[in-house]
Design a binder for this molecule. Structure first.
Ligand code: PLP
Length: 412
């Protein structure tokens, strides 16, 4: 099939909105070859620098050789989807690796699932059982998944489907101002089982203000609620530390990881928590959690390799070099084109540049696409920012490629 035929078929008999949205990026693009920081179209003629990475799924690069080797090794060694009703050494070993990488020794237990949606769902179960309460407080602009409780605690008006499906509003309550402790204090009432949030603002990628998360944690513990931090996008090195929580020395009650844990190749997500919470939820029922494929051996082998890579000191040296180059190039763009660009957030591989004219967001994303750079997205709330998730294992030249394309946009 040609790319155009694929798009037409999507529009006729599959997910129409997806194809229509993708067309707006700048034509019918179907991913063909992919390698490292780049993807090519079906004809192999058009190359894009991937700074979307499916939100970090491919943070270590497309088809990263070490992950591929781990996956192939797992398959060649005779493993398959496994028999979930028997213990496996692979799960134990992966759980040990996650405990060793946890932001603090206290988070020494984990459940491995196939997606962050499932992990968030389970976190809601845990919070409910541990506290005996039912409400979950989540960010209005946030996103945590598209099914079950994860969908119910997803407030994003653009991506959320909670109201669309008319889901029973049994758990969610939303806060509107990310970083406002007073609002949180008013909303963490005695019926709140947990607060769930990312360590940065879902839309703008602005990190949580300096004292917000530690103070929120103190508030939650004082009021008997759990703190669930969703590090699906921010973990595994994205912020320049293994976990973004580490920037504040924060140790939540439950931490969710996913996306990049799959190494872009085989599904894996995990919920990290304390022994007390784990035992209360998993070990006081015969089936505290069960999943046919969640925690299967192949996921565990792949996930463990990802964790191993993300613990290497040289991984962080590479991220620092990338961040430094982005800082230099974006700083220069803001100085030379003050009518177009404004400083944004730059923290490890969390890369944004502000747009002075917010209405230019979609045009900027489209221009970049046409000039070979796939950005992550453009923030739909103020301040207007073009957002990039570059691979974390790439050379600093990636920053030059992005900055050169932005400069062409400024001069168009
Ligand atoms: C912060 C966050 N949490 C949870 C999810 C859900 O992850 P998945 O689609 O792997 O279930 C996503 C997906 O984009 C996410 O960005």
């Amino acid at each position: 099939m040609t790319a155009e035929e694929v798009y037409r078929a999507y529009e006729e008999r599959s997910w129409r909105a997806l194809a229509q949205r993708a067309r707006l990026k700048g034509g019918a693009f179907v991913v063909g070859r992919r390698e490292g920081a780049y993807v090519w179209d079906l004809d192999g003629e058009r190359r894009l620098l991937d700074c979307a990475l499916s939100g970090g799924l491919h943070s270590l690069g497309h088809r990263a050789p070490e992950i591929l080797a781990a996956l192939r090794g797992a398959l060649d060694s005779g493993l398959d989807g496994g028999l979930w009703l028997f213990p496996t050494p692979e799960l134990l070993s992966f759980q040990d690796a996650l405990a060793a990488a946890a932001p603090a020794p206290a988070l020494d237990r984990s459940v491995v699932t196939l997606s962050s949606t499932a992990s968030i769902d389970l976190a809601v179960h845990f919070a409910s059982r541990v506290t005996g309460r039912s409400k979950i407080l989540a960010y209005r602009q946030g996103y945590h998944g598209h099914a079950g409780f994860a969908a119910m605690v997803t407030g994003s008006r653009e991506e959320g489907i909670f109201e669309y499906y008319g889901l029973p509003n049994v758990v969610a309550r939303f806060f509107e101002r990310y970083g406002d402790l007073e609002e949180m204090s008013a909303l963490v009432t005695p019926d709140v089982a947990a607060v769930v949030l990312e360590p940065f603002n879902y839309e703008t990628w602005e990190p949580a203000p300096a004292d917000f998360l530690p103070a929120l944690q103190a508030l939650c513990s004082e009021r008997g609620a759990l703190l669930i931090v969703d590090e699906t996008r921010t973990g595994l090195g994205r912020s320049g530390k293994f976990w973004m929580c580490e920037h504040w020395g924060l140790v939540p009650d439950i931490l969710i990881t996913g996306k990049g844990l799959a190494g872009g190749l085989y599904p894996a997500s995990a919920l990290l928590t304390t022994t007390a919470i784990y035992d209360r939820c998993i070990n006081e029922h015969q089936y505290g959690f069960a999943s046919s494929m969640g925690g299967n051996e192949i996921s565990c082998v792949v996930g463990q390799k990802v964790v191993e890579i993300c613990r290497r000191p040289e991984f962080y040296e590479g991220i620092r070099s990338l961040e430094t180059r982005f800082r230099l190039r974006f700083g220069d763009l803001c100085e030379r084109y003050p009518g177009v660009f404004a400083p944004g957030v730059l923290l490890g591989g969390i890369v944004t540049i502000g747009l002075v004219d917010a209405s230019l967001g979609p045009a900027a994303a489209q221009f970049l696409f046409e000039h070979g750079v796939l950005c992550h997205s453009v923030s739909v709330v103020a301040p207007a920012r073009v957002k990039f998730f570059p691979i974390l294992t790439g050379a600093p030249d990636i920053a030059d490629e992005v900055a050169d394309a932005l400069e062409r946009f400024a001069r168009r």
